[in-house]
Design a protein around this ligand. Structure first.
Ligand code: ZN
Length: 189
């Protein structure tokens, strides 16, 4: 039998109690994991998926340990990539994009200066599914979590060589050397 993850159980539990105040004890009983685990999942639903889950920090109506999901969350098409894109296609997209976020240029393992978290890459649609974009190599690209959520203020146009060089000239020697090392690794065998 397929194991249902704790996040999915929390999702189902909250969906079954929209508009009701639920307590941490109810969540714990429904989900059956430790508090740090489900509290993290609740935060992920709020922060990454935009679920309107309120706590006592948001409203005086609630006491500590009480939560409420106000309304049925909108279906966010960006969140269903993992289930619908095959591992093979995902690997092809990542490989073609050089394991680099196609908007901001960060790579996995680097620290995203916006979030101070390690970069993770997702597969994003170039033309959105809701606009008829297809789930095929030509319409997919690697994006970091922040860019995938549209949270980075970067144009999707690629930087030009002139602009890149101007930025490298402005940087300090250590930064320039890091760029040189990276280019050498990429282009020199
Ligand atoms: Zn990015």
């Amino acid at each position: 039998m397929r194991k249902v993850g704790s996040k999915e159980r929390i999702r189902q539990f909250l969906l079954a109690h929209i508009g009701e105040i639920v307590t941490s004890i109810q969540i714990r009983d429904a989900v059956g994991t430790g508090v740090s685990e489900w509290a993290r999942r609740v935060r992920e639903l709020r922060d990454q998926e935009g679920w309107k889950i309120e706590t006592h920090n948001d409203t005086t109506e609630l006491k500590p340990g009480q939560y409420i999901l106000r309304e049925k969350p909108a279906d966010n098409p960006h969140l269903h990539f993992k289930t619908s894109i095959s591992a093979k296609l995902r690997a092809e997209v990542l490989d073609r994009n050089g394991f680099t976020c196609q908007m901001c240029g960060l790579t996995p393992g680097e620290i995203d200066p916006e979030t101070n978290r390690k970069v993770r890459l997702h597969i994003g649609h170039i033309k959105d599914k809701s606009l008829g974009g297809l789930e095929e190599l030509s319409n997919l690209r690697a994006l970091c979590s922040t860019c995938n959520q549209g949270a980075k203020n970067i144009t999707s146009e690629k930087p030009t060589a002139i602009w890149l060089l101007s930025q490298i000239r402005r940087a300090g020697q250590d930064e320039q050397r890091a760029v040189f090392d990276w280019l050498r690794k990429k282009f020199v065998r």
